[in-house]
Design a protein around this ligand. Structure first.
Ligand code: 2AM
Length: 582
């Protein structure tokens, strides 16, 4: 019997599902199972009919949505025209990565599992439901689920058991080999490959971002305010970027140059050394770096060294380490029983990969450069709601960014990678260019001129509504109601002059809630409307009441019963009143 080939397909938003899929690929490698690991949208779904064994690893994002890199697959799979039974030759399993604090926990994985069944595939085991609330159930869910998967797969393909698996601490070959260009070592790397201004008339995308010039970067929260919030503007003229209110802009942050220097020093890397990557596995696509690329560029723009490392990081370090003391600790962090300890060491204090490397100096100094891309995930793009409209700011795109800084149990304060990076860019000190692209957002505003909109956006939540207010006013839509909340009228009341001016022109009704300007907290919801109905008692009041309840259900995610209680509560405190006659 021939050896089966395993295909691991993942849908990943933040990289966790990708990391998990790659770990599974490595386990397969140890078991001598031929395997390919690919993102769902990087795979031709039509080929599923000729696969024999597939493991799907998918995250659930937002309100139960599939991650961006499986959206095309999702649309294809749910086409009504797909005949039941079209996947009847397929043996597969679905592992979901979700967060049980969200109502639609692992919704995508559950729905995929059902759909595959509908299409005739044999599901080897119940859907795996890993939970981010418990570190993806590292030992509680993931390990036993995967063990059952291997059991079921080898029962179907007994040839899988023919060769003994490699031990967990044996080093596997790296996915890529670095070929250094000896003759250019010492020269400064060209800053190529960051992103190019597109030569043809194409719309900028993740693979071809637009290199936008930053035109301003100003703090908009008062210097005495606890939080640094910045309004950042980019020049997007001649970019082919088109956006409307509610859209989001994406950008990939860079690591802090000090972190890059520290990293290179710890790993004894020459940042100016230039290399070309060669994939060792025929299925692994190149990661889209310039050729040649300097180590500095790789570390600065690609390797996520400031993320909290995952278990696979320790597994790989364990395989490369020769220091007995460090190996002992790495062994513990890699094992199922050591996951609580790993959580306490790493996840809880949000320790970065860079800090972990400093704790394992011998292992770090011995690390082979070829393993860098196996050890560190790629820096993921971040999304920001666009805070301006081209009608008000032609050729420009603005974002409102709160600089993320928080304390943790370990001494050094944690910084958000993207916001800290953005805050550090100063266009008054020289030209600053940031690669970016725009995506449709989830908020959609009505096209009809006289449909009023009510927007509730405290803090930086006001960003998409500033775009909407600017756009709607330019289109002659003046029925705009905005509820804005912040801590203090004088410290973080963003765009106050702009709102005031629009209010005076009769184009905006603004309601503010300054939570800390008085003893008792006032929040946006406390400023929400009083609802009055007057008129014929026949059907109208009940229909309006039902419409209100329906809104609570649709927009507020309440059940029918909760929506009903909400209206009753509003009635009780006089926020829902009627005067009707027959
Ligand atoms: P606070 O910081 O005083 O609690 C922007 O962050 C504004 O949103 C602040 O005024 C903040 O108030 C307020 N805020 C915090 N929690 C909120 C909640 N659950 N509902 C509405 N507003 C809230």
């Amino acid at each position: 019997m021939s050896l089966p080939s395993l295909l691991v397909l993942y849908g990943s938003q933040t990289g966790t599902a990708q990391d998990t899929a790659q770990r599974i690929g490595r386990q397969a490698q140890r078991k001598h199972i031929q395997n390919r690991v690919a993102p769902l949208d990087g795979y031709n779904v039509a080929n599923l009919i000729s696969e024999s064994l597939v493991l799907f690893v998918c995250a659930t994002t937002g309100e139960g949505d599939p991650p961006d890199n499986m959206k095309n697959f999702w649309r294809f799979l749910f086409r009504k025209s797909l005949p039941a039974g079209s996947l009847c030759q397929l043996d597969c399993a679905v592992l979901g990565l979700g967060d049980s604090s969200y109502p639609k926990f692992n919704f995508v994985a559950k729905k995929l599992h059902k759909r595959l069944q509908q299409l005739g595939a044999s599901l080897l085991l119940p859907v795996g439901l890993a939970d981010d609330q418990h570190d993806l159930g590292a030992d509680a869910v993931f390990d036993p689920w995967l063990a059952s998967f291997w059991d079921r797969a080898s029962a179907l393909h007994p040839s899988m058991n023919n060769v003994a698996a490699l031990p967990d601490d044996q080093l596997l070959p790296p996915t890529y080999t670095f070929h250094f260009l000896e003759d250019v070592i010492g020269q400064k790397s060209p800053d190529a490959g960051r992103a190019e201004t597109p030569k043809e008339q194409r719309v900028p995308s993740q693979s071809h971002p637009f290199l936008a010039r930053m035109t301003s970067n100003q703090r908009v929260s008062h210097p005495s305010h606890f939080q640094e919030v910045r309004l950042i503007e980019f020049d997007i003229s001649n970019s082919n970027i088109v956006f409307t209110a509610g859209d989001v802009v994406n950008m990939r942050p860079c690591n802090d140059p000090n972190d890059v220097a520290e990293f290179c020093q710890m790993l004894r890397l020459d940042p100016d050394a230039q290399f070309i990557l060669k994939a060792n596995d025929s299925s692994a696509g190149p990661p889209g770096l310039p050729e040649p690329c300097s180590l500095r560029h790789l570390v600065e723009t690609y390797l996520n060294v400031s993320a909290v490392p995952r278990r696979s990081f320790f597994e790989l370090l364990l395989c490369t380490s020769t220091n007995e003391l460090e190996k002992e600790k790495l062994e513990e962090f890699s094992s199922a029983p050591g996951q609580d300890e790993l959580h306490a060491y790493c996840s809880r204090p949000r320790r970065t990969a860079l800090e972990v490397l400093a704790d394992f100096p011998h292992t770090t100094a011995e690390l082979k450069v070829d393993y860098l891309l196996d050890l560190f995930p790629q820096i993921q793009p971040r999304s920001f709601s666009i805070a301006s409209s081209t009608q008000a700011h032609p050729g420009r795109l603005q974002i409102l960014v709160a600089v993320v800084l928080y304390k943790s149990q370990i001494v050094k304060a944690r910084k958000g990678l993207c916001s800290t990076w953005l805050a550090s860019l100063d266009p008054t000190q020289g030209e600053v260019r940031v690669p970016l692209w725009v995506k449709k957002g989830t908020l959609k505003f009505p096209a009809e001129k006289d449909t009023p909109v009510i927007m509730v956006g405290p803090g930086t939540g006001v960003a998409p509504f500033r775009s909407a207010v600017q756009e709607r006013i330019a289109q002659g839509k003046t029925d705009n109601v905005l509820f804005f909340g912040c801590r203090s009228e004088f410290k973080d009341f963003f765009f106050s002059d702009e709102w005031r001016e629009k209010g005076e022109d009769g184009k905006l009704s603004l309601f503010t809630a300054f939570s800390r300007d008085q003893e008792d907290k006032i929040y946006v919801q406390h400023r929400a409307a009083y609802f009055y109905i007057a008129g014929n008692a026949k059907e109208m009041p009940a229909s309006v009441r039902d419409a209100l309840k329906e809104t609570f259900q649709l927009e507020g995610g309440l059940s029918l019963e909760e929506a009903d209680q909400m209206v009753v509560a509003m009635e009780r405190v006089g926020r829902f009143q009627r005067e009707t006659w027959s």
